[in-house]
Ligand binder design. Structure first.
Ligand code: SF4
Length: 448
């Protein structure tokens, strides 16, 4: 039986197997009369705990025995033959994340308003989600089962929040004892087994900067290329996180970090051929400095963690402009609307949109929206709420509003404060389009 990583905050009864969410027509699953709600409990005698297990146990197998608990309660045993690489046509329930047992002094959960959506308080710490989506884990409460599973199923890369290799500092930041905070043997075991690691440091002024940061980068770089990169991202404080141990990240602090780390980065590039230790975009923006050039980021190993997003956006926007010049937008003057974004990104977006207007003839404007919901130094677009966007109503001009797609849940048109896209449109009295750069480009070309 699979152990829980820690005692979960809310004990839920785990049912055996993985539940089928959908069966594609004309697929093997369909021919086998599998249905949504059925649970696959074993493949070739091996227990299936989630869809990663299913994928692992079925990979490369052309003859299988599958045990299924039908939603009616019946138990089936299916003997299956399939062609090499033939898909089962099954999609499965989402993985329910395991939760951490840390008390990080900077934990984002401490920065939520008390009435925030319950999902914002989930302290997920799950090596499966780390492998699938690049979520960070601290490895502090990883079980032996999970360690073995990472190695056996090659759940690589893993994304590990290291914060500091100085054990006293790491334990202090995570709010746990040194014995639990010490992940060196676990990291070594994963590295020796060929698991690739990307590391993260949440930079807290006065705690893990200076010599502690230099040591952290040096210790991690000593394991390159097995440890492939380190993302150094700034502490974010909302108005609810008032822990006296934390000091806010200021523009001066950002400038100092950029200067200190630039020297280390040059040395790493010379020795390793890669920047290796990357600073979060937010650090450059808050310092009022330009983000580094494309070559600084290599193949953008930490883009999901906000490293290199601005550079990549700038480059993709330039490519979009070139495409528009080859295939001009019809009646561009009709594209008259307002793009709302966070205060951090607005100064990046504004000159790009001015350039687009000047070259193409569109009439778009950019308005920076303050994040009053979280307050503090929260200024990224993705954390804007419906209430924040409504409060910016007087800044609107034109016939429509564009908001960052990242303000909505990935699977539902709802914002962090629970406002739906439809409610937002009613309150703003204009059509609202949630766009990323790709859908923005499609929107421009749709006008042709
Ligand atoms: S590991 Fe993450 S979720 Fe857990 S306490 Fe620390 S910051 Fe919060």
């Amino acid at each position: 039986m699979y152990e829980f990583a820690v005692a979960p905050a809310v004990t839920s009864i785990r049912r055996r197997g993985v539940e089928i969410a959908e069966v594609s027509p004309e697929s093997i699953g369909f021919e086998l009369e599998l249905e949504s709600g059925d649970r696959i409990t074993k493949v070739n005698g091996r227990p299936v705990r989630d869809y990663l297990d299913f994928r692992f146990h079925t990979a490369g197998e052309t003859e299988l025995v599958m045990e299924v608990r039908k939603r009616s309660g019946e138990d089936w045993e299916l003997q299956i033959e399939r062609g090499e690489g033939e898909d089962f046509g099954l999609s499965f329930e989402q993985i329910v994340p395991r939760q951490c047992a840390n008390e990080c002094i900077f934990c984002f959960c401490n920065g939520n308003p008390a009435d925030a959506r319950p999902s914002l308080f989930i302290k997920d710490e799950d090596v499966r989600l780390s492998f699938l989506y690049g979520n960070y884990t601290t490895l502090t409460s990883i079980t032996e089962d999970e360690m073995r599973r990472i190695v056996e199923q090659r759940l690589s890369p893993q994304y590990v929040s290291v914060h500091a290799t100085d054990l006293d500092v790491r334990a202090y930041l995570l709010g746990i004892d040194k014995e639990r905070a010490d992940i060196a043997p676990k990291l070594q075991r994963l590295l020796d087994a060929g698991i690739q690691i990307h590391a993260q440091v949440v930079l807290c002024p006065g705690i893990n900067d200076g010599d502690v940061l230099r040591k952290t980068i040096a210790d991690l770089a000593a394991e390159f290329p097995r440890i492939t990169s380190v993302a150094i991202v700034p502490l974010g404080l909302t108005r609810y996180n008032t822990d006296a141990r934390l000091t806010a990240v200021t523009p001066d602090f950002c400038r100092q970090i950029i200067n200190e780390v630039a020297t280390i980065q040059s040395d790493l590039r010379r020795r390793l051929g890669t920047t290796f230790a990357f600073l979060g975009d937010e650090i450059y923006l808050r310092a009022g400095r330009a983000v580094p050039a494309r070559t600084h980021y290599g193949d953008y190993p930490q883009i999901e963690d906000g490293i290199g997003m601005v550079r990549s956006f700038n480059n993709e926007f330039a490519a979009l402009l070139k495409r528009i010049e080859r295939r001009p937008v019809a009646q561009p003057e009709k594209l008259h609307g307002t793009m709302l974004t966070g205060t951090l990104f607005a100064p990046v977006l504004e000159p790009l949109i001015e350039n687009l207007n000047a070259r193409v003839g569109t009439r778009l404007s950019v308005a920076a929206v303050e994040n009053k919901y979280f307050g503090g130094d929260v200024s990224v677009a993705g954390l804007l709420t419906g209430g924040d966007l409504v409060a910016a109503k007087e800044k609107l001009s034109g016939d429509f509003v564009i908001i960052p797609k990242s303000t909505l849940k990935s699977d539902e048109e709802i914002m962090l404060d629970g406002m739906t896209l439809e409610q937002l449109q009613v309150k703003l009295g204009l059509p609202v389009y949630p766009f990323d750069l790709k859908s923005f480009g499609q929107f421009l070309f749709r006008q042709n």
